[in-house]
Design a protein around this ligand. Structure first.
Ligand SMILES: Cc1cc2nc3c(=O)[nH]c(=O)nc-3n(C[C@H](O)[C@H](O)[C@H](O)COP(=O)(O)OP(=O)(O)OC[C@H]3O[C@@H](n4cnc5c(N)ncnc54)[C@H](O)[C@@H]3O)c2cc1C
Length: 294
């Protein structure tokens, strides 16, 4: 592995001074160290942000919940505030393996912007916002604008994700689905998140859904969502929506994890399972513990 300088600032002010275009932020290191070791990334200066308190905390705030960028998947999965956000709780408890979930952070997950990253589809259906900090100040970006492509985000070279805000959406249910090659540890071949607002009232019901690994960034299509919302859902509606999704996604040929056909089939299964009869049954009510890996 190529040598690099390692810094561990103790304060936010120290970090903002250190962060420049030749440096990379180091949170859990579960993507960064792999990329440095493989030569994919050539970095001279690595800045460990785990000692800075401003990157922690899962808190209820006005209008929603904020999650510090350095919060790990295990701490998110266990948080009392995440219990109601079933899709996020579920995604956080099935990613990687226990040891990885103990190190890997939510800030690192979105900043790495892998097409099937665990939290991408979930944060997209919740319409989360990313709070970014740099020596120039703070700014907030909607998650859909944060993702720009495979390993590409809206972050400028000296910017750092400080936290993620998830707005409170009353009277809603959320679901996470993941298809992977093994029962054990593997990245998702395809994943999907659903948010159903006003689930029991067909005329007021709003359906949001997002799928990972089928386009460079999480796929969400508001027109297709509108076709499924504010009506009594039939199997025909679900089938038509699925066909439209198939026309609009572009799963990569030659993926080592799943063929485009397998990914399309995974989406069909996710949709039938969540949207089809008996309609939007919480995984907890169905008696599933984690609703996750298959
Ligand atoms: C064995 C193994 C299994 C895995 N399984 C999964 C899986 O099932 N699902 C999945 O989604 N991922 C998986 N991953 C990938 C990885 O664990 C996740 O993407 C993880 O969330 C990355 O977080 P991290 O804290 O380790 O990030 P790091 O490796 O520290 O950083 C990743 C990238 O983000 C940047 N970065 C980190 N924090 C910030 C910040 N706050 N602001 C700005 N930039 C930042 C870094 O500079 C780097 O470019 C796996 C990795 C391994 C090694």
């Amino acid at each position: 592995m190529k040598n690099f300088d390692y810094y561990k600032p103790k304060t936010l002010a120290e970090l903002l001074k250190l962060k420049d275009e030749n440096s990379a932020v180091f949170a859990g290191g579960t993507d960064l160290l792999v990329d440095i070791r493989s030569g994919k990334k050539n970095i001279e200066k690595v800045i460990d942000i785990k000692g800075i308190k401003e990157f922690y905390g899962i808190k209820k705030v006005k209008g929603g919940i904020t999650i510090g960028a350095c919060e790990t998947f295990n701490s998110i999965a266990k948080s009392q505030f995440i219990r109601k956000l079933e899709a996020l709780r579920c995604a956080s408890s099935v990613m990687g393996c226990y040891e990885i979930r103990n190190r890997a952070t939510i800030g690192g997950n979105i900043s790495n912007s892998s097409p099937g990253c665990e939290t991408g589809v979930v944060l997209v259906v919740f319409e989360a916002k990313v709070n970014i900090i740099s020596k120039r100040g703070k700014r907030t970006v909607p998650i859909e604008k944060f993702f720009k492509g495979v390993n590409k985000t809206d972050l400028k070279p000296n910017e750092i994700v400080q936290s993620i805000f998830i707005p409170e959406i009353k009277n809603s249910l959320s679901f996470y689905r993941r298809y992977s090659r093994t029962e054990g540890m593997d990245l998702a071949c395809c994943n999907g998140a659903f948010l159903i607002i006003n689930p029991k009232n067909p005329l007021k019901r709003e359906i949001r859904m997002s799928f990972g690994t089928v386009t460079p960034i999480p796929f969400r299509d508001r027109e297709i969502e509108r076709d499924l919302s504010r009506k009594k859902l039939t199997q025909d509606d679900i089938d038509k929506a699925y066909l439209k999704i198939c026309e609009r996604i572009a799963p990569r040929e030659g993926s080592v994890r799943a063929s485009p056909e397998e990914k399309r089939l995974a989406i069909k299964n996710f949709m039938n399972e969540v949207l089809g009869p008996p309609h939007f049954i919480s995984p907890l009510k169905r008696g599933r513990k984690r609703g996750g890996k298959r």
